[in-house]
Design a protein around this ligand. Structure first.
Ligand code: AKB
Length: 342
């Protein structure tokens, strides 16, 4: 029987976060979505107007998710809510609850919705370079571009959570209840991207360990001193936020038959922290960026790769970042941040 009672909808969790903002703007621009924005904090006013429904609530609140299921036909879930790598180290058990149990409760919602609809619900999951874990800086330097299955020995709770959830997603997509007589016809269509550090010109991140790059830029633009918590020579991959949003939308739009894996690396540029300081100094003369490494946060960044191999994403769904390093800083980050703090 066709479902004429429930409104078809796209659910975005963690809507207030950096990625949530950009994603909701792009989904609203594209039209045709009843967007349900969910976050533990009241949804920002700027987003409210773009969404069909806004919800303040916890992804672990099963009653809230049941209510959602009774009112909406959820066709796609962008599950962005997470405790990032630095914050998660302060409360690892809470991070596990949000990052793993929260993801499980949404996968359960997705599989139930898939059954009702007779077609797999899409589940878009941002993963991270934090799933990688190098035992030493020498090993990291030697490795160069890492592929999806290499060096996956994360050292942070967040990295462990993301890696496990990638596996859960693959399980719900390909192997869910594999021994049941009524084997699943409409499992979940889980698609995940391992994002590098993201830099947005319009929002400042919080709780991450790659945050030194955006923090440096935003501080310099405001004329504030910035003591950078990593060494000058440290290098990890980064990407401008608009490319990250485009990547999520491109992966969502890719025909399932073209996808050879459920998890994809992507990247754009890999500057050292010192190179970022030089760019920032060029754009904001007189900016006061110093290096005052925090050994423990430094060790986390040292465990992440210098670069990743994103050839599978390029081949399967046409990933190609619009912003390389020069364009990201010169055409997006610096002019937008300058305007923001003028
Ligand atoms: C963090 O630093 O925790 C995040 C990430 C790399 O996933 N930005």
């Amino acid at each position: 029987m066709p479902d004429t009672i429930r409104t078809p909808a796209t659910l975005v969790t963690g809507a207030n976060g950096e990625m949530g903002h950009g994603l909701i703007e792009r989904l609203a621009e594209a039209g045709g979505h009843h967007i349900i924005a969910m976050d533990v904090r009241p949804i920002d006013d700027a987003l409210k107007a773009l969404c069909g429904t806004t919800l303040v609530g916890d992804i672990l609140d099963s009653r809230l998710l049941e209510r959602l299921a009774s009112e909406y036909q959820i066709r796609a879930i962008y599950h962005l809510a997470a405790l990032l790598s630095t914050r998660a180290e302060f409360t690892p058990e809470a991070a596990h609850r949000v990052n793993v149990e929260g993801t499980m409760s949404l996968l359960k919602l997705a599989i139930e919705q898939s059954r009702w609809q007779g077609a797999p619900v899409q589940f878009l999951f941002p993963s991270s370079i934090a799933v990688y874990g190098f035992p030493s800086v020498e090993a990291k330097r030697r490795a160069g571009k890492v592929r999806e299955h290499e060096w996956t020995q994360p050292v942070t709770m967040y990295g462990c959570n993301k890696l496990y959830c990638e596996h859960l997603g693959r399980y719900y997509t390909r192997h869910y209840r594999q021994l049941a007589a009524d084997a699943e016809k409409a499992a979940v269509d889980f698609r995940s991207i391992r994002f590098p550090g993201l830099i947005s010109a319009v929002t400042v991140p919080s709780g991450g360990t790659s945050d030194y790059a955006p923090e440096m830029l935003h501080a310099a633009a405001q004329g504030k001193p910035y003591p950078c918590f990593v060494r000058e020579d440290v290098r990890i991959p980064f990407m401008a936020m608009p490319d990250a949003i485009t990547a999520l939308l491109s992966l969502q739009a890719a025909p399932l038959a073209r996808l050879t894996q459920t998890v994809y690396n992507i990247t754009s540029f890999s500057p050292s922290a010192g190179e970022i300081r030089s760019i920032v100094r060029g754009a904001f003369p007189g900016s006061d960026v110093t290096f005052l490494p925090d050994d423990k946060r430094q060790a986390i960044v040292d465990s992440w790769p210098e670069d990743v191999d994103d050839s599978a994403a390029r081949r399967d769904w046409g990933f190609a970042p619009a912003y390389d390093q020069k364009r990201a800083f010169e055409e997006y980050l610096i002019p937008t941040i300058r305007r923001r703090y003028r």
